[in-house]
Design a protein around this ligand. Structure first.
Ligand SMILES: *Cc1c(COP(=O)(O)O)cnc(C)c1O
Length: 394
């Protein structure tokens, strides 16, 4: 960990977007109108919107400038080649398939390799990833070991490698189309995955002849944590660490709304020629021609520029420290949070914070609603409301 005490935004703000202030009474009315579902609010009734950072960030001056270079040719646009080069400079995979966002890449991949009887191991599936696996009839299995939420371990996103190997032996190599690693591990609190763990998974995959894919939405944040926390990486550059991660992967899915620093976009990439051909065939049905895949040329430009900026250390230091600043302040005032503070979000343990609210009265949802009512802050419940199933399994 570095010792920077002061967080300085490594940018100046160039345009101002107004926020409308509201009163508690106005927010109560908005909550009633939304059926207490924060996703149903009008965003202009929100003062601080922490629902997600996905695609919601301000783009940089150079991203807006890149948009002016957007070339909207149907096939072979120069904007496509700029995008392709930017992706392959960090992730030198043979085939890059652009999509309109991350879940579209997941939908295409799992519609090709999923299906009934198949199982997909992951350190922890993101919600859209799980849904896309299960939608094909396949089974999504999470293998992050149980952790004390307050334990200050450096890489709580790591997979349980022994459990992965047991699963492969029990369920059979032929039923496992791919092993996935989500970096950072979003569902477990935006926690990073170490290169040591990725290497161990690579070794298991190679031994059993299984392809290894990364859900790499927060790859730059993960690389920053490796630089801070993993022995031997302090002096390495972020792109060099990304290359070390990339060298272990046979493919990836990506949301450019995260570490692409863009408002829309994503991609699917892999080395396997036959798999790429099958995926491109689905892409043409659902997203578009392989050199734009559901994106405008201007979006491809914004992502290409975003990928250059996301690996800058001043940006990453500011990004990770400002998340920790909020989380550590909550921790210091006695609010139970997942520690250490992860990359892109602060995760409050609502069940521990509100022990008087039983699980089926939804403490996470109650807390999210109370935060909005009291402060106009829109957070997001990740718990029984988001993931609960009816007794019949639906
Ligand atoms: C956001 C995200 C996705 C899905 O990407 P979208 O662009 O929202 O479709 C998948 N996996 C992880 C880890 C994510 O953070």
């Amino acid at each position: 960990m570095d010792n920077w005490q002061t967080i300085i935004e490594p940018f100046r703000i160039h345009s101002v977007e107004p926020i409308r202030m509201t009163t508690v009474a106005q927010r109560e009315a908005a909550l009633n109108g939304a059926g207490f579902n924060l996703f149903n609010l009008h965003a202009d009734d929100v003062i601080i919107d922490l629902l997600t950072d996905s695609g919601t960030g301000a783009m940089s001056r150079d991203q807006w400038a890149a948009i002016q270079h957007g070339d909207e040719s149907y096939a072979g646009s120069p904007s496509w080649f700029r995008f392709l080069n930017a992706v392959q400079k960090l992730w030198p995979l043979k085939h890059v398939i652009p999509t309109h966002q991350g879940r579209a890449a997941e939908k295409i991949l799992f519609s090709v390799i999923g299906g009934p009887g198949k199982i997909v191991p992951n350190n922890a599936h993101f919600d859209t990833t799980r849904a896309n696996v299960e939608n094909t009839g396949a089974e999504a299995i999470d293998l992050t070991p149980p952790r004390n939420p307050h334990e200050l371990a450096p890489f709580k996103g790591d997979i349980d490698v022994a459990a992965l190997e047991r699963l492969i032996m029990e369920r059979g190599v032929k039923n496992i189309p791919v092993v996935f690693m989500t970096i950072t591990n979003n569902s477990m609190g935006g926690q990073p995955v170490s290169l040591a763990n990725l290497r161990a998974v690579r070794e298991v995959c190679t031994r059993y002849g299984l392809p290894l894919f990364f859900d790499a939405c927060r790859f730059a944040e993960n690389a920053w944590f490796i630089k801070q926390r993993e022995p031997g990486y302090a002096a390495k550059s972020i792109p060099d660490i990304v290359h070390e991660m990339a060298a272990l992967a046979d493919g990836m899915t990506m949301s450019a709304k995260k570490d692409g620093l863009a408002n829309i976009g994503g991609w699917l990439a892999m080395n396997d020629d036959a798999l790429a051909e099958a995926c491109r065939n689905v892409l043409i049905l659902t997203e578009g021609f392989p050199t734009y895949g559901g994106l405008a040329g201007r979006d491809l430009e914004a992502i290409a520029q975003g990928l250059e900026e996301v690996v800058e250390e001043d940006y990453l230091r500011y990004r990770i420290q400002s998340t920790a600043y909020l989380g550590e302040a909550l921790d210091a005032s006695g609010v139970p949070v997942i520690l250490p503070i992860g990359g892109h979000a602060v995760y409050i343990d609502a069940r521990e914070m509100l022990p008087h609210i039983p699980p089926l009265e939804y403490p996470g949802q109650a807390l999210a609603v109370a935060l909005y009512r009291a402060g106009g802050i829109r957070g997001c419940e990740i718990g029984t409301v988001m993931f609960g199933v009816h007794p019949d399994g639906t």
